[in-house]
Design a protein around this ligand. Structure first.
Ligand code: AP5
Length: 217
């Protein structure tokens, strides 16, 4: 099963892709996570990518296409994978189409998640992450919520791109550069829209139903 999870920042792609990947025994490949890890390590890629990420801009296509080409060629991707946050531009989608066609591995579906803008802003501005392991936590708009990571006890922090002005920029970038991909994949008959509003378990159940209904499942 080869899937793309597509949707605006904060709609819950990472939360749901992690669950679906575990349920189906396939890797979740988040370009955001890969880039943040590079930033943490201070690698050449991380220094370059961080300049874009901190202002809510997209990292250049050739950088992320190269990362995904390498990651999806690893043996753990043979049974399938979930791409979370990739592709994000028409050139990235075209590069993915060519890459998968050359390997004879078509996409199974593109799960598009939707939620009202005010809910997205609420989720992003209250999200907290573990700086050590990257685990994501939902907080509350008033700043209350979990303070330390359940896994390693580290104090939770806010992502550098989860500040109001950067959130606004990321949402704008999504509308202009990423939303057109729904048309691209719609024309290929791959889009399955899922309502991202409601409890995490409810959304997971909706996605589970969609995936169970895919051809060959
Ligand atoms: P990336 O990390 O991909 O960020 P994003 O797409 O903006 O998505 P988010 O991680 O913000 O949100 P999400 O939809 O995964 O939501 P989550 O599950 O965390 O990218 C970051 C940056 O990297 C980009 O801006 C760009 O610079 C660069 N980049 C990455 N990929 C790139 C690419 N392909 N090309 C170029 N540049 C690229 O949920 C959000 C919050 O809500 C969490 O706190 C969560 O706990 C909570 N939550 C989730 N579900 C629910 C629910 N049902 N109810 C209540 N709360 C919920």
């Amino acid at each position: 099963m080869r899937l793309v999870f597509l949707g605006p920042p904060g709609v819950g792609k990472g939360t749901q892709a992690t669950r679906a990947a575990a349920a189906h025994g396939i890797p979740q490949i988040s370009t955001g996570d890969i880039l943040r890890e590079a930033v943490r390590r201070g690698s050449e890629l991380g220094v370059k990518a961080g300049e874009y990420m901190d202002r809510g801009a997209l990292v250049p296509d050739e950088v992320v296409v190269g990362l995904v080409a390498e990651r999806t060629a690893r043996p753990d991707c043979v049974p399938g994978f979930i791409l979370d946050g990739f592709p994000r531009t028409v050139p990235q989608a075209q590069a993915l189409d060519v890459m998968l066609a050359s390997r004879g591995l078509p996409l199974s579906a593109v799960v598009t998640m939707v939620a009202p803008a005010e809910e997205i802003v609420r989720r992003l501005s209250s999200r907290r992450v573990c700086p050590g392991c990257g685990r994501v936590y939902a907080g509350n708009p008033d700043g209350s919520g979990p303070a330390a990571c359940e896994a390693d006890g580290q104090a939770l922090a806010q992502r550098s791109d989860d500040h109001p002005e950067v959130i606004r920029e990321r949402l704008k970038v999504y509308e202009v550069q990423t939303a057109p991909l729904i048309g691209h994949y719609g024309a290929l008959g791959l889009v399955r829209e899922v309502d991202g509003l409601g409890a995490v378990d409810e959304v997971a159940a909706r996605i589970g139903q969609v995936l169970a209904g895919l051809p060959g499942r």
